[in-house]
Design a protein around this ligand. Structure first.
Ligand SMILES: [Zn+2]
Length: 367
């Protein structure tokens, strides 16, 4: 008879594919000892185990933040730091995630351990690299407080890590995102982003590749249509900001490069600054809303020629319920036109405030 306790102390690490939806799921389970560490890191994770009082083993959150200067784990691998000079304190750094969802196997046998025992189902080793980009050395600093220079450095760090993680031949896709606020899935308040390389193309991206194959200029057409629409929010030399016509989330925001680019990696210095300008203003707007949000980069998979990369901000003002979970479709309670009016007004306001805020922040917040 099936007994779930048999699986209690097994570490499982594999990618599985659903036969009906063709969606991929990464299975990462951990032993109890490691769960204590995970709970320390992921305070929001609602873990319950009747036989094991995990809360007794946990350090109080304020005692421990692995992203704060002084708490760096000497064993962790630092992949990037700014400034490079290690005698100076870091301002931004990227390190291997202590609890990765994918990893590079230490040897071939580790990868082969996840073998297909049942030809009915597909499963494989979750191959890739999973890094945490710690955006600031100040625990309580909020993205809305970041200076333009700071956000530009974050964009440059994204590009550095994206290029590096895309390099190995086996890698097909690099996932880049930022969760902000507890209901967004963020496990720590300390501002950070995540970047993961994968040896497969995720389901939704495969679908996008098909859309661009059939209509390579679809985003250019959308830009043309939306520039004079009530969903227009803001534009600078490089990007246009709109709320999508069929927004999936309340206050859903799309940041689209005005010319076709495959990924964030193709942005030059000026274009990077233009992206920073938009992210910074968007983060200030989101701070007014005080809602959790996700920032996601839709870059092209490797060796795909027809693609137009874009960035989305997905505020989490409501929970996904039965309808969304069953259908994969959305229900929006704020019209994209109303959301755009909010963004348009505030983007304009933060534009006007730019000089004053930048000067003030440079004084207060020298990074
Ligand atoms: Zn911290």
């Amino acid at each position: 008879m099936f007994n779930s306790s048999n699986f209690e102390d097994i570490e499982q690490f594999e990618v599985r594919e659903d036969l009906l939806t063709r969606r991929t799921s990464i299975l990462v389970t951990a032993r109890k000892k490691r769960q204590i560490e995970i709970k320390n890191i992921m305070k929001s994770f609602d873990f319950q185990d009747s036989q094991f009082d995990i809360d007794k083993e946990i350090k109080k959150p304020e005692e421990f933040c692995p992203f704060c200067p002084g708490y760096e784990n000497p064993e962790e691998i630092e992949r990037y730091r700014f400034p490079e000079d290690k005698t100076k304190p870091w301002i931004i750094r990227s390190v291997d995630n202590k609890f990765p969802s994918v990893r590079i196997p230490k040897n071939e046998s580790e990868e082969k351990q996840v073998k297909i025992e049942d030809p009915f189902y597909f499963r494989k080793y979750p191959y890739g690299q999973h890094e945490i980009i710690v955006e600031t050395n100040k625990h309580d600093q909020k993205p809305a407080q970041f200076s333009l220079q700071k956000v530009t450095r974050i964009v440059q760090t994204y590009i550095n890590r994206y290029n590096e993680l895309m390099k190995p031949e086996k890698i097909q896709y690099v996932v880049l995102f930022k969760n902000h606020g507890l209901n967004s899935g963020a496990s720590k308040n300390h501002p950070h982003s995540q970047i993961m390389s994968l040896d497969f193309v995720p389901s939704d991206l495969k679908q996008k590749v098909e859309i661009f194959k059939n209509n390579p200029d679809i985003l250019l057409e959308i830009i043309k249509k939306e520039r004079d629409s009530p969903r227009f929010c803001y534009e600078n030399d490089t990007f246009i900001v709109i709320t999508p016509y069929a927004s999936f989330y309340n206050y859903h925001l799309s940041i689209i490069p005005k010319t076709k680019k495959l990924s964030i990696s193709e942005l030059n210095q000026k274009e990077q600054e233009d992206l920073a300008d938009i992210l910074r203003k968007a983060w200030k707007c989101l701070a007014i809303m005080d809602a959790p949000w996700n920032l996601v980069f839709s870059n092209a998979p490797k060796n795909v020629e027809n693609f137009h990369f874009m960035i989305e901000i997905l505020p989490r003002t409501t929970f996904f319920a039965g309808f969304e979970l069953l259908t994969g479709d959305g229900i929006c309670t704020v019209s994209p036109e109303k959301a755009a009016a909010f963004y348009q007004q505030n983007f304009k306001w933060f534009g006007r405030q730019r000089t004053i805020i930048t000067n003030q922040e440079n004084k207060e917040n020298k990074d």
